[in-house]
Ligand binder design. Structure first.
Ligand code: ZN
Length: 401
């Protein structure tokens, strides 16, 4: 089992990354023995990973980070770096490696203050003598200031620094940044590849794996979540019943309220798991006295943390609503496929009765209008419309007629 095994259906990308990791390793080895650096390196200091949501951009970047930090003795015996087991691979994969820093958006944007320390670190040498890896998970959320900070760092990189930027598409990243990156494109993995991963890696029964892989249409994280988390399955079942519950105004408004409440509950649960401990840890690190009194001048740091936690709650709620919208879109796409007599395989075979009933009792035009209403809801949420307003507008538009 190697670091590449977590990448589902991305063989070509895995091969390129493995080749680059081999050259990177040869470079480090040569430098350590004062030998001249090897030529024609497939390694470079800035990479851009793009691909549709759920294809595994972040996982690909993280696997590469691990391979760059691999210290397995097998490397010298012709084995490729990225064993998955050595201390370098393991700590990089779980996020505790000293020379792998991750930047991820906690809110709608990556603020420059969220990544100031990381940018500073990118100008320093790695602690363990291999590579200083900076992984930016949501590069499309860099704002003007934080993108400029990244640009400066990518323009004049320290000799052993590697930037790994992940974004849905190249258009999401400043042209000046992307022109300095080697670009890797991940594709949507096939339903079969996702199902196979669930069976092999998660020990899921083959028929369950096939069903959730179909339902999530190549979104690896959502498939894994659905396969392993009963609460996620229950949530999906509830969402798929929504089309039958929005027959009148009262039903539509209730359904909207429930969707928003469920998303808010997700955000609250995450906050309960993380916020208190984070705040306590930070206060302890700042040297707060017993009873919580903070040393002079450190209140701003705590305020920054609380501000980040608030943005994270909003983002969690949004992500949770996104999952619900994706389930609904997939449901109506199936209805449309039935109405048009299309031969493509249905995604939601477990809801086939409801799909057929709706397909018979409505027209393709009304189904298209409903799919558009769901997309409009997502766009309204992007514009920071209050979630309940946006979701109510959608459920009202999903009503019969
Ligand atoms: Zn390793």
């Amino acid at each position: 089992m190697t670091v590449w095994d977590d990448l589902v259906g991305q063989e070509r990308v895995s091969e390129q990354l493995a080749a680059a990791a081999r050259d990177a390793d040869a470079f480090v080895t040569a430098a350590a023995s004062d030998a001249p650096p090897p030529e024609a390196s497939r390694m470079t200091h800035a990479w851009l990973f793009t691909g549709p949501p759920g294809a595994g951009r972040n996982q690909a970047a993280r696997a590469f980070a691990a391979a760059l930090q691999c210290v397995s003795p097998d490397r010298a015996l012709g084995g490729a770096p990225g064993c998955g087991f050595c201390d370098g691979c393991h700590t990089a994969l779980v996020g505790t490696h000293a020379d792998v820093s991750t930047v991820a958006a906690v809110g709608a944007e990556i603020l420059v203050k969220d990544m100031r320390d990381t940018v500073r670190k990118s100008f320093t040498a790695p602690a363990n003598g291999r590579w200083q890896v900076i992984l930016v998970e949501d590069a499309e959320r860099l704002n003007e200031k934080s993108a400029n900070a990244v640009l400066k760092a990518v323009e004049e990189p320290a000799p052993r620094t590697v930037w790994l930027l992940c974004a849905p598409s190249v258009e999401d990243v400043l042209p000046t940044i992307r022109s300095r990156c080697r670009h890797l494109v991940l594709s949507t993995p096939s339903v079969e590849a996702v199902a196979d991963m669930l069976v092999r890696r998660e020990g899921i029964e083959p028929d369950v794996a096939a069903s959730v892989a179909r339902a999530t249409q190549g979104h690896v994280d959502r498939a894994r979540r659905l396969a392993t988390d009963p609460a996620a399955r229950a949530r999906r079942a509830t969402v798929l019943k929504l089309p039958q519950r929005v027959e009148d105004v009262g039903g539509a408004l209730r359904a909207a309220q429930e969707l928003v409440d469920a998303a808010a509950e997700d955000a609250k649960q995450l906050a309960e798991e993380m916020d208190g401990k984070e705040t306590e840890d930070l206060k302890a690190a700042l040297g707060a006295a017993q009873g919580g009194r903070l040393p002079r001048g450190t209140a701003g740091v705590v305020k920054d943390l609380e501000d980040m936690q608030k943005r994270r709650r909003t983002r969690t709620q949004r992500d949770s609503l996104d999952v619900a919208l994706a389930h609904l879109t997939s449901f109506y796409r199936d209805v449309l496929a039935l109405q048009l007599g299309s031969r493509i395989a249905l995604a939601n075979t477990d809801a086939e009765d409801a799909l057929e009933r709706l397909a018979r009792s409505s027209t393709p035009e009304s189904t298209l209008r409903r799919i558009e209403a769901i997309a409009a809801c997502g766009e309204a949420l992007d514009r920071n419309v209050a979630p309940l307003l946006a979701v109510e507008a959608m459920t009202m538009a999903l009503r019969a007629g």
